[in-house]
Design a protein around this ligand. Structure first.
Ligand SMILES: C[S@@+](CC[C@H](N)C(=O)[O-])C[C@H]1O[C@@H](n2cnc3c(N)ncnc32)[C@H](O)[C@@H]1O
Length: 187
């Protein structure tokens, strides 16, 4: 059976991935105090590089060494970590900013929440399940959010912005959801 690492290594060898930072990162990163950032499943580092250029020290984690090899920058402010997110420990209270784009591992939700320092910000965006089951669907349902799910996934955080809408990524599901939320400074 092909592992997730093998699957993603092959994709990074064969396909082109976007190099500009996600819209949500560009639009909302400034809500976070400049400091330590964590980019979960960072891929080619498009978001990590954007943040490093704006003064963040970034831990960028991905299972695929091919993705990490294709990083879109070489910044000394980025700590590239090749690891399965299932084994990566998110240290409590460590980050001013956590970014999760186009990736879903529900088990991480409580650790993401705890990983934010007070005043720290979460930028989360990924795909939603299609309303109808389509034949030939490439994405398993466990990789896709249900409608409304993301809005309630981080109960200790205060929402700054939330939305569900069309996705324009090639070869990807047609809808996505995003959440921008902050860990309150006083509990
Ligand atoms: C669609 S790409 C998104 C990459 C990046 N977040 C972005 O928005 O450009 C999904 C990423 O998740 C990574 N990935 C998949 N399973 C993983 C796991 N278990 N642990 C860490 N990374 C994983 C893949 O290697 C791939 O880089």
């Amino acid at each position: 059976m092909t592992s997730d690492r093998d699957k993603w290594n092959r994709k990074y060898r064969e396909a082109q991935f976007p190099t500009a930072a996600s819209g949500i990162v560009q639009a909302f990163y400034h809500h976070a105090p400049v400091g330590r950032a964590l980019d979960l499943a960072c891929g080619n580092g498009r978001n990590a590089c954007f943040l490093a250029a704006r003064g963040f020290e970034v831990d960028a984690v991905d299972i695929s060494e091919e993705g990490l090899r294709r990083f879109v920058c070489r910044s000394p402010a980025i700590n590239r970590i090749c690891q399965d997110m299932d084994a990566f420990r998110i240290h409590p209270l460590r980050y001013q900013l956590i970014v999760n784009t186009r990736f879903l591992m529900r088990r991480l939700f409580p650790f993401i929440q705890e990983g934010l320092a007070p005043g720290g910000v979460l930028l989360f965006e990924t795909y939603l399940q299609d309303k109808e089951d389509r034949p030939g669907r490439k994405f398993g349902r466990h990789h896709l959010l249900k409608d409304g799910e993301l809005r309630h996934a981080f109960p200790a955080l205060q929402t700054i912005a939330y939305g569900e809408g069309a996705s324009r990524h090639k070869d990807a599901p047609t809808r996505k959801a995003f959440l921008v939320a902050v860990r309150p400074s006083t509990p």
